[in-house]
Ligand binder design. Structure first.
Ligand code: GDP
Length: 340
C-alpha cells in the first residue's frame, strides 16, 4: 500500500519534470540530465520512467557530432556557430563527451569559462562532460541527454568530443552527421588523421583560415578535399560529399556555408530515407551495447558468479582446469541449454 502511494508520488514528480522539460525549462532539463547521470538504482528507475514519459513527443533535433584535437578551436567554433544558429531563431544544445575526464577526473572540455556568450543565450543550453569511470557510462548518459534535449524542443544538438581514442566513433554512432575540425598544417600532417575518422567525417572544416594562417588553411583544405575524393562515395551521400571547407571561427568566416552544407546533406538524407535508416541502425546498436554491458555488470555484481569466476581463475592458473572448459562450465551455469 505504502509502496503504491510512493510510486504514484514518484510518477507524478516525473511527469511534472517531463512537462517542464517539454515547456523548454532549462533548469528542469539540467536537473533531468543530473538524474540520468546518477548510477544509483533508484535514480536509474526514475531516469527510465522520465525517458518513457518523454517518448512520442515527435520532436527531432539535428544531431551533429563534432570532433577535433585540443586547441583546434572547438569552443570558439561552437560559440560562433551556435550564436549564428540562435541568431536565426534556432535553439541549440551542446553536449560534451570528454574521454580525458573519464580517465583522470580532469577534463579538457569541462572548463566553465568556455563559450561564455553562448551560455548566456536563452536559446542555448550547454552541458559539460560527465566524469564517469567508463566511456560506456558516458555513452549512455549522452544518448539519454540527446533524447531529453530533443524532447525540450532543441533544433540542433551538437555533441562535441576531443579527437582521441574511441570517443569519436561513439559520438558518430549517436549523430546524424559528423563534422571534423582541423587546424591548418603542413601537407605531411595529413597522415595524422586516422583513416577511420576520415571515413566517418561528413564535413571537414579547416579552422583558423584567417590572417597569417589563411594560406596554410587553404592548402590543408585542398589536401583533405583530394583525400576525401579518393574515398569511395558513400551511398548515403549526395554528389560532392564528404566535403572539406575552410572556416574562421574567430572571424565568423565560412560558418554560413558550413551550415548550408550541413542542411543540404541532412535534407538529402531525409529525402532518400538514409536519415531514418541511420537512426534505426543506431537504435539497434545501442540496444545491443546496453544488453552487453548490462550482462557484464551482472557478472561482476553477482557475488555467487564472482566467487565461481575466482575459483575457476585459480583452477585455470594452477592447470587443474582448461580455460575453455572452465568458461563453458560457467556459461552453461548462467544460460543452461535444454540439452543439459
Ligand atoms: P579547443 O581546445 O578545440 O576548444 O580550442 P579553443 O576554441 O579553445 O581555441 C584554441 C585557440 O585557438 C584559442 O587561442 C583560440 O582563440 C584560437 N582560435 C580558435 N579559432 C580560431 C580561428 O578561427 N582563428 C584563429 N586565428 N585562432 C582561433
Amino acid at each position: 500500500m505504502l509502496k503504491q502511494a510512493k510510486d504514484r508520488h514518484l510518477l507524478k514528480h516525473i511527469e511534472e519534470l517531463g512537462a517542464q522539460i517539454q515547456a523548454g525549462n532549462r533548469r528542469a532539463l539540467a536537473r533531468a540530465i543530473t538524474l540520468i547521470e546518477s548510477a544509483r538504482a533508484d535514480h536509474r528507475k526514475e531516469a527510465l520512467a522520465l525517458i518513457q514519459t518523454l517518448r512520442g513527443t515527435g520532436r527531432q533535433a539535428l544531431r551533429i557530432g563534432l570532433s577535433g584535437t585540443p586547441g583546434v578551436g572547438k569552443s570558439t567554433f561552437i560559440e560562433s556557430f551556435g550564436l549564428m544558429l540562435t541568431g536565426q531563431g534556432l535553439r541549440v544544445a551542446v553536449l560534451a563527451v570528454d574521454p580525458s575526464s573519464t580517465r583522470s577526473g580532469g577534463s579538457i572540455l569541462g572548463d566553465k569559462t568556455r563559450m561564455e556568450r553562448l551560455s548566456r543565450d536563452p536559446n542555448a543550453f550547454i552541458r559539460p562532460s560527465p566524469s564517469q569511470t567508463q566511456l560506456g557510462g558516458v555513452a549512455r548518459r549522452t544518448r539519454e541527454a540527446v533524447t531529453l534535449c530533443e524532447a525540450a524542443g532543441y533544433d540542433v544538438v551538437l555533441i562535441e568530443t576531443v579527437g582521441v581514442g574511441q570517443s569519436e566513433t561513439m559520438v558518430a554512432e549517436m549523430s546524424d552527421l559528423f563534422v571534423l575540425l582541423l587546424a591548418p598544417a603542413g601537407g605531411d600532417e595529413l597522415q595524422g588523421v586516422k583513416r577511420g575518422i576520415m571515413e566517418i567525417a561528413d564535413l571537414i572544416l579547416v579552422n583558423k583560415a584567417d590572417g597569417d594562417l589563411k594560406a596554410a588553411a587553404t592548402r590543408t583544405q585542398a589536401d583533405y578535399a583530394a583525400a576525401l575524393h579518393l574515398l569511395r562515395k558513400r551511398a548515403q551521400d549526395p554528389e560532392g560529399f564528404p566535403k572539406a571547407l575552410t572556416v574562421s571561427a574567430l572571424e565568423n568566416q565560412g560558418l554560413e556555408t558550413a551550415w548550408r552544407d550541413i542542411k543540404a546533406l541532412s535534407d538529402w538524407r531525409r529525402e532518400h530515407s538514409h536519415w531514418n535508416k541511420r537512426r534505426a541502425a543506431q537504435a539497434v546498436h545501442w540496444l545491443e551495447e546496453e544488453v552487453r554491458s548490462g550482462l557484464l555488470a551482472r557478472l561482476t555484481d553477482d557475488p555467487a558468479i564472482r566467487a565461481r569466476m575466482e575459483q575457476a581463475a585459480q583452477d585455470v592458473a594452477s592447470g587443474a582446469m582448461h580455460p575453455d572448459l572452465a568458461a563453458a562450465e560457467i556459461l552453461n551455469r548462467l544460460f543452461p541449454t535444454s540439452a543439459d
